[in-house]
Design a protein around this ligand. Structure first.
Ligand SMILES: [Zn+2]
Length: 391
């Protein structure tokens, strides 16, 4: 009997226990994931409970994590919960380890695209990023602005479209078919804006140094050039246009137009137009008369838009960098047109000092055309503009 009994037990074991083990074996992962789901649910609930005083502005599941953002008094708190481990982690955890350097190189590239050099220089590096937020199709990086001189009013942040960094990130993103990077040359209608203008060029090395400084500061300018100098400095003319600045006429030979016969004035303007067209294929639409000297006869008969200025830096007279900087800072206001000359080292140095200060004060420095567009002003021929302050 003993034998039969033990055989029976063994049989029972084989009949029931093996399928049961197989069953358990099969369902174990399932039970594990149920357990994990429960765990994550609890985790999310705990976070929701402990942030009840804040507004929940995002609660999204990505393929590898759940992402929660709360807002209170404009301070954003966010949580990343890994769906595999159930642990709280950071977004930087999802940058592919072997592409980390590429990721930060791309971020730096975008920083220089958006910000003037003096700002971008001080934001390079992971440790300068205060916070990272995820949105539908972009990462937003918030930067620490401590230590930047001159001191910046605005918050420093970078919108990074997923398309730009998709290869470096280890989670599935929503990609845009169309997107545009942030770009410091996309000027903002709501910001204070001034036009910077330079007379008497083209002037080779000085003009080109000014162009470099403009570029470093995401600024543009209008260069009013003397017709009879243009042919001798074509490369500077190309450089001005390639860098997004513009060129107007400063007469053919820098004489006081009021003291000339009208037909000579007209002939000079035509010549300047022709020379410029031969060099660039483009037309000149603005004129700055030498010495700002103009009368009704000239105004009525020249088919051009006359651009004078509201801030005269007298850089040609004093040739003093600090004085130029101070004059502009004393007189600056939204819509102003600033007059300088690309003839002197002191002027080049003044521009170098001035542009970061103006940026820090919230000004955009642009060409006359850009100023008009930003102020929604249609500039008209036969009119003289000193500024676009009150239109
Ligand atoms: Zn002049």
């Amino acid at each position: 009997m003993k034998n039969i009994n033990s055989k029976f037990v063994l049989m029972l074991f084989l009949v029931f226990a093996i399928p049961f083990c197989l069953y358990i074996g099969k369902t174990k992962p399932h039970m594990q994931s149920v357990f994990m789901e429960e765990n994550i649910k609890n985790k999310v609930q705990t976070i929701l409970d402990s942030n009840k005083d804040k507004e929940l502005i995002s609660n999204r599941s990505y393929d590898k994590f759940i992402y929660l953002v709360f807002n209170k008094d404009n301070v954003k708190t966010h949580y990343v919960i890994d769906t595999k481990t159930g642990e709280e982690t950071s977004l930087f955890y999802y940058i592919k380890e072997e592409r980390k350097e590429d990721f930060f190189n791309k971020i730096n590239e975008l920083l220089y695209l958006k910000y003037p050099k003096f700002i971008a220089d001080s934001l390079v590096g992971e440790e300068k990023i205060k916070d990272v937020l995820l949105f539908d199709n972009e990462l937003v990086l918030y930067y620490d602005k401590e230590g930047i001189e001159p001191k910046i009013e605005e918050d420093l942040l970078l919108h990074v479209n997923y398309n730009e960094v998709k290869d470096y990130l280890d989670f599935t993103l929503l990609l845009d078919s169309k997107y545009e990077n942030e770009n410091g040359y996309h000027y903002d209608k709501t910001k204070k804006t001034v036009a910077l203008t330079f007379d008497d060029g083209p002037n080779g090395e000085k003009t080109n140094r000014i162009l470099d400084i403009l570029e470093e500061n995401k600024a543009h300018a209008t260069f009013f050039m003397v017709g009879n100098r243009m042919e001798y400095d074509k490369s500077t003319i190309y450089n001005v246009l390639n860098k997004g600045s513009e060129i107007g006429s400063h007469s053919y030979n820098h004489k006081n137009l009021k003291r000339m016969k009208l037909e000579d004035v007209l002939e000079g303007e035509e010549k300047t137009q022709e020379i410029f067209k031969n060099i660039t294929g483009k037309e000149i639409i603005y004129t700055r008369v030498p010495y700002g000297s103009i009368n009704d006869n000239i105004k009525e008969n020249l088919n051009t838009i006359f651009i004078n200025w509201s801030i005269d830096t007298e850089d040609w007279l004093h040739r003093n960098k600090d004085r130029v900087v101070q004059t502009v800072l004393n007189e600056i206001e939204d819509g102003a047109i600033i007059l300088m000359h690309d003839l002197y080292d002191s002027t080049v140095e003044a521009v170098d000092t001035l542009l970061p200060i103006l940026y820090a004060q919230g000004y955009q420095v642009v060409s006359v055309s850009e100023l008009a567009a930003l102020k929604s002003v249609q500039l008209e021929q036969h009119k003289v503009y000193h500024s676009l302050k009150e239109i």
